[in-house]
Design a binder for this molecule. Structure first.
Ligand code: GTP
Ligand code: MG
Ligand code: ZN
Length: 292
């Protein structure tokens, strides 16, 4: 009996990474009867057969399940962000960060395309979102030149990660930089399927040369706050947590309430104003969705 991680599937065939080797597996018949779906990221027990293929006997309990992209056992989200090409979209960044907080997935921000930035721009971003500010690890990188990749690798090594970020920030290029020879395969696949990479539906976990797997999430653009309660939103803004302890009301939404610790922190500059504005916008979005 061997164990491994499902990295992709096609029809009823699952490719399982067992000791760094991809094994083509079929599930034991019982899975279909029990209506248990095998997801990319699932850890499974496999019986290796004489012909080099394998049979999935059991899915090990899932630690987590991400819905977009649909991957099990994700323990890291690399939020790829740029200041130029495309221009910084802080609202989108904050939206993705809310989702990682809600999903309980650890986030690291990879500030990509630093070859297009001044040192001052990079410093200002790190000061705002980094450990001394909002509180995320930030790694300035350039997928094009390779700068900073060595600092990013420890966040990916041995983990199941997903890349998130708006179109054009360099997610696919980052994967090619981390996994030499990778880009060619992606191109071949989309030609065979006769459609663009952007419409690729199947999630694929890519084995990394230093251990761990990563999923590219192309066109990561439509994120809704499905199932979120207005009261839970503020908790997803890390830097609100401490100031919120000073609010007069336990159920303060930090909007019109008097004696609000969050609003006080915004006024004092301890919470960046754009973060508070995005909070208010997301809050409205959640409330509007609930009215339907
Ligand atoms: N100058 C510069 N260009 C980069 C860098 N990283 C990526 N690019 C370029 O940015 C463009 C978009 O990169 P992709 O990797 O396709 O972006 P993506 O995030 O995968 O986009 P989607 O698949 O649409 O979600 C390409 O032309 C890349 O060559 C970088 O660090 N510096
Ligand atoms: Mg891409
Ligand atoms: Zn408040």
């Amino acid at each position: 009996m061997a164990s491994g991680q499902v990295i992709r599937s096609h029809s009823n065939i699952y490719y399982v990474l067992v000791d760094g080797q991809e094994v083509e597996c079929r599930p034991r018949g019982k899975f279909r009867l029990e209506d248990q779906q095998v997801l990319a990221g699932d850890r499974v027990e496999v019986t290796l057969l004489a012909d080099g293929e394998g049979r999935i006997d059991r899915i090990l309990p899932r630690q987590s399940e991400l819905s977009r992209p649909r991957v099990a056992n994700v323990d890291r989200c690399v939020v790829v962000f740029t200041l130029h090409e495309p221009d910084a979209d802080f609202r989108f960044l904050d939206r993705v960060l809310v989702h990682t907080e809600q999903a309980g997935v650890e986030a690291v921000i990879a500030l990509n395309k630093v070859d297009l930035c001044t040192a001052e721009e990079v410093e200002a971003f790190v000061a705002t979102y980094g450990p001394a500010g909002i509180g995320y690890p930030v790694v300035p990188i350039s997928a094009a030149t390779g700068a900073g990749l060595d600092q990013l690798i420890p966040y990916l090594a041995g983990r199941t990660s997903v890349l998130a970020g708006q179109s054009g920030v360099g997610k696919s290029r980052l994967i090619s930089a981390l996994v030499p020879g990778r880009e060619i395969r992606v191109g071949e696949l989309s030609r065979k399927l006769g459609r663009g990479r952007h419409t690729t539906r199947h999630v694929e976990l890519i084995p990394l040369p230093f251990g761990g797997v990563v999923a590219d999430a192309p066109g990561f653009t439509h994120l809704e706050f499905a199932g979120m309660e207005p009261r839970d939103l503020a908790d997803c803004f890390r830097e609100f947590r401490e100031p919120a302890a000073a609010c007069r009301f336990d159920d303060c939404l930090h909007r019109a309430e008097p004696d609000c610790g969050v609003k006080a922190a915004v006024a004092e500059g301890r919470i960046p104003r754009h973060r508070y504005e995005h909070y208010l916008a997301f809050l409205e979005e959640i409330e509007e969705a609930r009215e339907w």
